[in-house]
Design a protein around this ligand. Structure first.
Ligand code: UGA
Length: 442
């Protein structure tokens, strides 16, 4: 078993660290925020991720936390970079945390492999190689090993990967990283560094494209009287297409898709190529969030003074992550229309991100005297939303289901008005009645 150093105790660093510990490796996670290290040492996780607490508990003896970079580097066979690479104002990746890690590698043994897990633009490998050389670390090898962990199922994704992508220009270094994963039953794909970097961006952009595609199909379904959920089922059974990422809704959010699609667009643009498709994916996603506002207006008219409950605030269920959550855009649009906005989420605590929104502890509090309830995130707790209790608590029993979570007919039977996304039973869907064309007399 090997010793592994991890830089960064965010989602990726913590899940990767716990995962490698579960595979039997000794892991030291280095984090720059001392309070975070204190929390972790005291056995408390700073993020909500299902299953992660159990993985930590079971592998405590193989997990160390420190603020000292030399402790993570010392004796490590591989050092994983798991730091954030947020977008800058220009939309490009901010790699400053990556460069800080390189500055912190003093004492690294020459046979250690530096592994990039963070999502970075294609070409970063070359820049890191040059930066290592400048620091006199010519012997340290470099490998790109992108992560494919989805929040909410990240521990499962680590232990059951569809594939492990290893990009290296040095075969022995790639072998080291492959060996670290030996206990996992997964296909290992070896390639050069730039291609591995591109796999990550292309995979996320392709998934995002599927979402924007099905969302546009949903919007057309509303105009022609079809039901997007049925359409997605019919599409997904084609083995060449598959059923995944065909859930229509109010668009994708999170720390990855919006950022990575924009990285790809800019990477192409900076290289002289206009990537039309990803531009459309981004635009469709932006507009999709706003369609909820027009759905509310169709039912309620002017939204000024209307009370709207946003149910589910995190960007997806089973996470407390609010980054690029559609709820933020929606809340801000509704507030701009003069609506009174109330919010509920079982886990996320949005703080300043939802300034002006009254946060409620229960769904019932959020919907009390509301003119509409909007399902923004498909938390399991919301499956039972359509109840007589909720209906009676609302001023106007309207549900706008931004995730097609509920059964429209059952909801309507309970006396609610219902609006989904691209669903046939919507009162606003269906072609207008057209008269028989007049026949000309012979
Ligand atoms: C995504 C990828 O799924 C991971 O493979 C990748 O490793 C990760 O980004 C990353 O780059 O780190 P994540 O953003 O955690 O993971 O969550 P997803 O489950 O992919 O969902 C992203 C967004 O798409 C959410 O807002 C979700 O509600 C939305 N979505 C997803 C849909 O609107 N429809 C769908 O059918 C699926």
């Amino acid at each position: 078993m090997s010793k592994i150093g991890i830089f960064g105790a965010g989602y990726v660093g913590l899940v990767t660290g716990a995962g490698f510990a579960a595979l039997g490796h000794d892991v030291t996670i280095r984090e720059i925020v001392p309070e975070r290290v204190d929390e972790l040492q005291a056995g408390r996780l700073p993020i909500y991720e299902p299953g992660l607490d159990k993985l930590f508990e079971q592998n405590r003896e193989r997990l160390q936390f420190t603020t000292a970079p030399e402790e993570a580097v010392e004796g490590a066979e591989a050092v994983f970079v798991c730091v954030g690479t947020p977008a800058t104002y220009s939309g490009d990746a901010d790699l400053s945390a990556v460069w800080t890690v390189l500055d912190d590698l003093q004492g690294i043994a020459s046979d250690t492999v530096l592994v990039m897990k963070s999502t970075v633009p294609v070409g970063t490998g070359d820049r890191v190689r040059a930066a290592l050389d400048t620091r006199g670390l010519n012997e340290v090898s470099y490998v790109s090993n992108p992560e494919f962990l989805a929040e909410g199922s990240a521990t499962h994704d680590f232990m059951n990967p569809d594939r492990i992508v290893i990009g290296s220009d040095d075969e022995a270094a790639g072998d080291v990283v492959e060996e670290l994963h030996a206990k996992l039953d997964a296909t290992v794909v070896r390639m050069d560094v730039a291609s591995a970097e591109m796999v990550k961006l292309a995979a996320n952009a392709f998934l995002a494209t599927r979402i924007s595609f099905i969302n546009e199909i949903a919007n057309v379904c509303e105009l022609v009287g079809a039901d997007v959920d049925e359409v997605a089922r019919g599409i997904g059974l084609d083995h060449r297409l598959g059923p995944h990422f065909l859930r229509a809704g109010i668009g994708f959010g999170g720390s990855c898709f919006p950022k990575d699609v924009s990285f790809l667009k800019l990477l192409a643009g900076n290289s002289g190529y206009h990537f039309q498709l990803v531009n459309a994916v981004i635009e469709v996603n932006e507009l999709q969030k706003r369609r909820v506002v027009s759905k509310l207006q169709k039912h309620l008219g002017q939204l000024a003074g209307k009370r709207i409950a946003l149910l589910g605030l995190a960007f997806k269920p089973n996470t407390d992550d609010m980054r690029e959550a559609p709820s933020i855009v929606l809340a801000s649009r509704l507030l701009a229309e003069g609506a009174e906005v109330r919010g509920w989420d079982p886990v996320a605590r949005p703080g300043g991100l939802l300034t002006g929104v009254a946060l409620c502890d229960t769904v019932l509090d959020a919907v009390r005297d509301a003119d509409a309830a909007v399902i923004v995130t498909e938390w399991d707790e919301l499956r039972e939303l359509a109840s007589p209790e909720v209906r009676d608590a609302m001023r106007n029993p309207l549900i706008v289901d931004g995730r097609n979570l509920l059964d429209p007919k059952a909801v309507e039977q309970l006396g609610f008005s219902y609006e989904g996304i691209g669903r046939a039973s919507s009162p606003f869907s269906g072609l207008p009645e057209t008269a028989e064309p007049e026949r000309k007399p012979a």
